[in-house]
Design a protein around this ligand. Structure first.
Ligand SMILES: [Zn+2]
Length: 171
């Protein structure tokens, strides 16, 4: 069976047994997690979440790039258009992890400089390869963005061996 057939089969099972038509567009916990692509670190699974509880943005490394910030600002406008809010009372949690694949390209300034939209000289400040320093950097970047003012922001690092998260930056 190819992957698409497998996914469609599982979707049929989901639609027959687990769909919850009472879920809302707004995440039930008023929270957004920014996390890594890595399938070991699916926020909904490692944080024990139920369907609809959080929104998730994932990219390589779970990093806060200029693109990430523009997505969050756009989400805030989507919420306004839906006559909701995305501001005070909301949380953004940056979730990095040990053994992240982005470490394997930490010398690739040609990839990382455009990813973070900084000159190569600015890349050491992005702490690629040190998840604790990187999550602190990314929380600081979000807190410095005036268009996200009022949102609580925190940073966690997940250990892929123990399965535990450590709070690096409290809200
Ligand atoms: Zn990763």
């Amino acid at each position: 069976m190819n992957v698409l057939d497998l996914l469609i089969r599982r979707n049929r099972r989901f639609a027959g047994t687990r769909i919850d038509r009472d879920l809302r567009m707004r995440p039930g916990l008023s929270a957004i997690v920014i996390g890594c692509f890595d399938p070991r670190v699916d926020p909904a699974i490692v944080l024990g979440l139920e369907p609809g509880e959080i929104g998730v943005l994932r990219n390589v490394g779970g990093r806060v790039t200029p693109h990430t910030i523009e997505e969050l600002v756009m989400l805030r406008e989507v919420a306004r258009a839906a006559e909701s809010d995305l501001g005070p009372g909301w949380d953004i949690v940056v979730l990095h992890h040990t053994d992240c694949g982005i470490r394997k390209i930490r010398d690739r300034d040609d990839l990382l400089a455009p990813y973070f939209a900084v000159p190569a000289e600015g890349l050491p400040g992005k702490a690629v390869g040190d998840p604790r320093a990187a999550v602190a950097e990314d929380v600081a970047a979000l807190r410095a963005e005036p268009r996200l003012a009022g949102i609580r922001i925190s940073g966690l690092v997940y250990d892929v061996i123990t399965g535990l998260v450590d709070t690096v930056v409290a809200p």
